[in-house]
Design a binder for this molecule. Structure first.
Ligand code: LLP
Length: 423
């Protein structure tokens, strides 16, 4: 469910007409619905209220400060993966005891900063990383809290680039190694190993892989308890899938019905790290049609948003629904098959391929749906294209939440050496 709906044939975000927003803010434009964002967060909180989990929104999905602040104000914690994301978490006033830190390649500098800021714990991905955190915490005269990220070796049935819980993936620690670490945890004098973590992949539409992974890790926690290792937390990661096209993902309620009994039985405090589930359908990317070009074999709708603005179709072959922001057009114009492409000189620069669309004309606007997660956060300046403007709508009010970059933003950190300037 989301708050992007047609009213009187015009697409609205909450109480505002998308057409008015693009006229005011220009395109490409990311539009976020505040109430959709918070609504999704609350859905998860409510579905799992019996165990009152700490929901740490996964910053990487959409790291805009306004998105983070909106969620933190509602009590969310944050799941971070870099010192840049830590800086954002601090900036929006997220309490450190609600921050968890994953990533297979945390640098010593990143570890040091996070130890000093007193985060809840690190999700640790390997033995050498654990040793490094122990060393850095010792130097800082601190005890660092950590959870071991377990690789449970389950098949999440999603795109191979976003599969993370199989033993051939780079993520996490296998059960045997984890067991060795936990049984000999006294070796790590500056660590408190307080939990286990799993994150098996992203855009998972079925509960079964989650259930399989939770079952495995819960069994492991029970065995550890018998062996005298008691833990406090179980972090079940993110990965809940959303509707982009014809998917029928498990709802928060259905997921809770399957997962709650297993989680409750562990007796551990539960943490979740959803990103896409919260932000995915809370954002759209609006783009203007520049040209419509016919070739002997194909028809191309050339728009002003490219793979630098939304890379998901190019990188994962991802499907995003694309709608005209005026739906009267849908009714009166017969559909035709087109490729919707950006202006960038790469054949991977497309938003949709062979898509049946009502005939569109130059100058019209299209809304790329489900662009709230991994849209702007994965955007780049490729082709020296400024990153898009972002706005947040709250009922009938709109707030700019990221200004469009200009040329000097793009060149800010570049230098021409003096010898090239003839100095
Ligand atoms: N926790 C960890 C440790 C993660 O690595 C991720 C995402 C999440 C939580 C949040 O996952 P979510 O709930 O959003 O599925 N760029 C890809 C998705 C990459 C996901 C990376 N890790 C995409 O556009 O589909």
């Amino acid at each position: 469910m989301h708050e992007f709906k047609y009213k009187n044939n015009h697409l609205y975000c909450e109480g505002l007409k998308v057409e008015d927003l693009v006229r005011r803010f220009d395109t490409p434009l990311y539009i976020y619905s505040y109430h959709t964002l918070i609504g999704h967060y609350m859905k998860l909180k409510t579905a799992f209220s019996r165990i009152a989990p700490l929901v740490c929104y996964s910053v990487k999905a959409n790291s805009n400060l306004a998105i983070l602040k909106a969620l933190v104000d509602k009590g969310a914690g944050l799941d971070i993966v870099s010192r840049g994301e830590l800086a954002r978490a601090v900036k929006v006033g997220c309490p450190p005891e609600k921050i968890v830190y994953a990533s297979v390649g945390k640098t010593s500098q990143e570890i040091e900063e996070a130890v000093k800021s007193g985060i809840l714990f690190f999700n640790v991905e390997s033995l050498p990383e654990l040793e490094n955190i122990n060393r850095i915490a010792g130097q800082a005269h601190k005890i660092a809290r950590v959870a071991l990220r377990i690789n449970p070796d389950v098949e999440p049935r999603t795109h191979k680039f976003i599969t993370t819980g199989k033993i051939t993936n780079k993520f996490g620690i296998d059960f045997e190694t984890a067991s060795g670490i936990l049984l000999f945890r006294q070796r790590f004098a500056h660590l408190k190993i307080c939990g286990l973590h799993i994150h098996i992949g992203s855009q998972i539409t079925d509960s079964a892989p989650f259930v399989a992974a939770i079952t495995k890790v819960a069994r492991f926690a029970r065995q550890l308890e018998k062996d005298g290792v008691s833990l406090e937390y179980l972090n079940i990661g993110g990965g809940l899938g959303i509707v982009y096209n014809q998917e029928t993902p498990q709802t928060a309620k259905k997921f809770a019905a399957r997962a709650l009994p297993l989680l409750k039985k562990t007796g551990l405090k539960i943490i979740m790290e959803p990103g896409r589930f919260i932000a995915g359908n809370a954002g759209i990317l609006v783009t203007k049609v520049l040209y419509v070009k016919s070739t002997p074999k194909k028809k191309f709708v050339i728009v002003d948003a490219g793979m630098n603005d939304l890379i998901r179709p190019a990188l994962y072959g991802a499907y995003h629904q694309i709608l005209s922001i005026r739906c009267t057009l849908n009714a009166i114009r017969s559909p035709e098959k087109v490729d919707i492409v950006g202006p960038i000189c790469e054949s991977a620069d497309f938003l949709a391929k062979d898509r049946r669309m009502p005939k569109v004309k130059a100058g019209e606007y299209l809304a790329v749906m489900g662009a709230g997660a991994y849209g702007s956060s994965m955007s780049s300046n490729y082709n020296s294209r400024p990153r898009a403007e972002e706005v947040m709508v709250v009922k009938d009010k709109v707030f700019a939440v990221r200004k469009r970059e200009n040329h000097s933003d793009l060149m800010r950190n570049e230098l021409i050496p003096s010898f090239l300037l003839g100095l």
